[in-house]
Design a protein around this ligand. Structure first.
Ligand code: 4AD
Ligand code: MG
Length: 435
């Protein structure tokens, strides 16, 4: 009687196949053997599971090959799925067939501790390890939750260009390139274009890579990072913050519910994340400066915050906190001055809790043409490349606001990491463009 080909399943799906015989394909993560029995930890991208292989079940020749398998060899396995609460993932496979698809020789990442530079040099392989897989799944979930939130609230995704003729966030971090003989810049932020699309569709957002030639080596700066930037017509400074706190609360709740397994692999204490619910506290820049001085953390009114300042402010609260009304002089040219106090702007940074610091920058935009022209001049920016942007203030200008949330900074906080380099598949930093 011809035996039927067993169904091809993934490790994440084993729960639906208990007691059946199935085929799995993947890579050898680890192997140990003694005498006539071998235990392979197989990974297939969806999970890790133990495969038990005996001489009795597969024969001498195959068993000998199995015992010689090295880390990351690719294999195809047929076996019975057995429920076993002690096994990783809760199931175990008793193999009856093992086929070697492709060997792997001298795999450079051993199952021991390696230094961060070594791992980053081997990022293309490092991504295969359980922690990195969990982080990448968490990243994908975080992006999904943010986008679902916006999609469900009438925000239309509108891609901003990457090649641009002008700066959005200051000229010191611009990556310049040659555009057929003219200078062009990699986008630092899609915001200015979202202001145009918000006037066309009401509420829009872009999600894409943004580029900043950050010349310092820190735990929170990449030169290429991903940002999600909503922009909305007729939304003021206050409503803009309400959208942010609702969005961040939604995202955290979604991840706690749907990525619990990944958070566990990362060893994240989820207790503090459970406090993350709107409304978030708000303090003004003035209050923040007074608090920092009282704490003996050096700062003068008018200085921008560095990491130690943000950490100290963040640790005062059990959930993210908005810092509002920064001095206009330290913020971007487009920020709307507070009408009652024009030396500060209607802008806010959202600082993540547990000392993590800024994950969102945003605020209300200048909607007055004359003022915007003055601000461009004060920032030493030429008007010509911003002609289209100024048009938005000529033809039915309305109050509008928006913000940008950095994916890697946010994931660093959610995952409880102390450096953002592991939060993106292939990090780009001042000293690293390989692999
Ligand atoms: O505060 P930023 O510079 O704001 C803007 O770019 C606005 N145009 C956004 C807007 O209103 N549409 O950057 C926003 C966020 C930061 O809070 C941070 O999370 C992230 O982008 N970010 C970085 N992440 C990693 N590496 C860097 N070098 C980053 N610079 C900013
Ligand atoms: Mg900022």
């Amino acid at each position: 009687m011809a035996s039927q080909e067993p169904p091809l399943v993934t490790i994440s799906d084993l729960g639906r196949h208990a007691g059946e015989t199935v085929r799995l394909r993947g890579w050898v993560y680890n192997l140990r053997s003694s005498g006539k029995i071998a235990f392979v930890i197989l990974r297939d991208g969806t999970g890790f599971t133990q495969v038990v292989i005996t001489v009795g079940a597969v024969g001498d020749a195959v068993f000998e090959q199995v015992v010689g398998l090295s880390q990351e060899s690719a294999v195809s396995v047929v076996g019975a799925v057995r429920q076993d609460s002690r096994a990783p993932g809760g199931f175990e496979i008793s193999a009856t067939e093992v086929e070697i698809i492709s060997p792997s020789h001298d795999y450079p990442i051993a199952l021991k501790e390696h230094g961060p530079e070594f791992l980053l040099d081997h990022r293309h392989l490092w991504l295969r390890t359980p922690r990195q897989v969990a982080l990448m799944r968490l990243r994908a979930g975080l992006i999904k939750a943010l986008r679902d939130f916006l999609d469900d609230r009438g925000f239309v995704v509108m891609d901003s260009p990457i090649l641009t003729p002008s700066a959005c966030e200051g000229t010191t971090t611009l990556f310049q390139t040659d555009y057929f003989g003219e200078p062009a810049y990699l986008s630092q932020s899609g915001q200015l274009y979202q202001e145009a699309t918000a006037m066309a569709l009401g509420r829009t957002y872009c999600f894409g890579p943004t580029f900043r030639a950050e010349k310092s080596k820190t735990r929170r700066h990449l030169t290429e990072f991903w940002m999600l930037e909503p922009e909305a017509a007729f939304v003021d400074f206050e409503e803009n913050m309400r959208i942010q706190e609702d969005m961040v609360s939604y995202m955290v709740a979604w991840l706690l519910e749907n990525r619990a397994e990944e958070l566990k692999v990362l060893g994240r204490d989820t207790g503090p994340l459970r406090n993350v619910a709107a409304p978030f506290p708000r303090i003004t820049y003035d209050e923040a400066v007074a608090f920092l001085k009282e704490k003996g953390i050096g700062i003068e009114w008018g200085d921008d915050f560095g990491a130690p300042h943000e950490t100290a402010i963040s640790l005062r609260f059990d959930r993210p906190v908005f810092v509002t009304h920064f001095p206009a002089a330290i913020k971007a040219f487009y920020m709307k001055p507070d009408p009652s106090r024009p030396e500060v702007v209607l802008g806010a940074d959202l600082l993540a809790s547990e000392g993590y610091g800024e994950i969102i920058g945003g605020g209300q935009r200048i909607d007055d043409l004359d003022l915007l022209q003055r601000r461009l001049a004060e920032h030493g920016l030429p008007e010509e490349p911003y002609r289209w942007y100024l048009d938005l203030r000529r033809y039915g200008s309305v109050p509008h606001s928006g913000f940008g949330i950095g994916i890697e900074r946010t994931l660093t906080w959610i995952a409880g990491l102390d450096h953002l380099r592991e939060t993106i598949p292939f990090p780009r930093m001042i000293n690293r463009i390989y692999p």
